[in-house]
Write a protein that binds this ligand. Sequence first.
Ligand SMILES: C[S@@+](CC[C@H](N)C(=O)[O-])C[C@H]1O[C@@H](n2cnc3c(N)ncnc32)[C@H](O)[C@@H]1O
Ligand code: SF4
Length: 470
Amino acid sequence: MTLTTPSLQRMREELQISEEFLGRYNRPGPRYTSYPTAPVWNDAFGPDDLESVHAEAQRAQTSISLYMHLPFCESLCLFCACNVIIQKDKRVAIPYLDVLKREIEQVARGVSRDRPVVQFHWGGGTPTYLTPQQLEDLFGFAREHFNFSPDAEIGIEIDPRVTTREHLETLRRLGFNRLSMGIQDFHPEVQAAINRIQPFELTRDLLLAARDLQFDSVNVDLIYGLPYQSPERFSHTVDQILELQPDRIALFSYAHVPWLKKQQGAFATHLPEGMQKFEIFRSGLMKFIEAGYLYIGMDHFAKPGDELAVSQQQRTLHRNFQGYTTKAGADLYGMGVTAISAFQNAYAQNHRDLPSWQKAVQDRGIATMRGYRLSDEDRLRRAVINRLLCHTVIVKDEISREFGVDFDQYFAAELGQLDGPREDGLVMLDDKEVRATWLGRIFIRNLAMIFDPYLEKQHLNAIPLFSKTL
Ligand SMILES: C[S@@+](CC[C@H](N)C(=O)[O-])C[C@H]1O[C@@H](n2cnc3c(N)ncnc32)[C@H](O)[C@@H]1O
Ligand code: SF4
């Protein structure tokens, strides 16, 4: 079974939505990098629980995905919702790296050498805040403690404003084969408003250097919905991106969460909202598709030969905390302040403030602050939600067989709730499958939310938990 792509004309027609329609669907909702989502996890889950989860993974001999969080940035981009620490004085990295190594040692103790690391990702913050020597030292340390598969996917997030050719040369020599570059928007007024001045030429030169050094894949991050953006202005940014021809594009919806990130309030009155935000997205989406990129879903585009695109066609695509991935079945071991780990049956998150993380690692090697053990029902619902987000279709028989349930009976209430979205053209229902339409793929979070029973309780919260779905 393959995904069918409608004609451009058909897409354009499906994307002609009304303000009333948008008002109904554009509401707060999770991005489902995990199910159950992080607000469901609890602090009764601690380091002992994580160690027993590590032992289970060791017995199951799963393959390994490693994530390292490097939180530092030199200056704050005002839109940023990531877990960052702004520090101009780079000496702060020295004690951080010492503690991180201690954590790596402890985690590696529970992992035998015959379990291959198939994926290694460095995120942040800005990992290239570190000097090339620091990158090399940390990478060497990790290599000594784990067994990397020869074809491991090794990726890093870089900010072109602080990344030099020397950084790239070092990374490539170490074996990094993927880069993800923050761009967001090239318009000078937008860049000034978000406190991120990043000229096109600087970004282009770094991308050319990456290509010269033969990184296998380069991704760029863009955001729609930033202050002072308009469809015309963003269209120009998209043209500039098309000149650069990245392998993948992440076109994120700006997550406005000022209750978590106060600095976002600075430009709150200049944000494009509602139909205007949708127009910005639509213009970007159509341009990327017309230029030959495939829409993977949930903000991601890839060139047709790219692994993500192939994996989606073959229905082997998965989703984890880094977004979409082709590495199914690997357990994710997260290290560093705030880092998240994700196992077949559990999630865990490290302490979010630096002193608590440091102290916990120094005291006992790992720094779990909270987490969650999945129930059988959670696993069933996670499979349903992941299928929708990755393959855009739920084949009822597959779920019934895998989990020993009758899909139609088990999800009778949810199928009933899908009637509205079906009438609105978001989903097609028959006795074999639940399939998102082209429009439904854009509002896929809304469809997934129907299968998430925790949301009802969370909606009772006075403080919103999630950004809006568009
Ligand atoms: C860790 S940063 C990328 C690396 C590097 N720090 C940089 O900015 O170039 C990850 C990405 O998250 C996205 N991001 C951050 N805050 C966001 C927000 N409020 N809404 C949507 N996307 C956001 C940005 O596209 C950013 O490039
Ligand atoms: S967008 Fe990147 S560089 Fe800017 S503050 Fe966030 S993590 Fe740091």
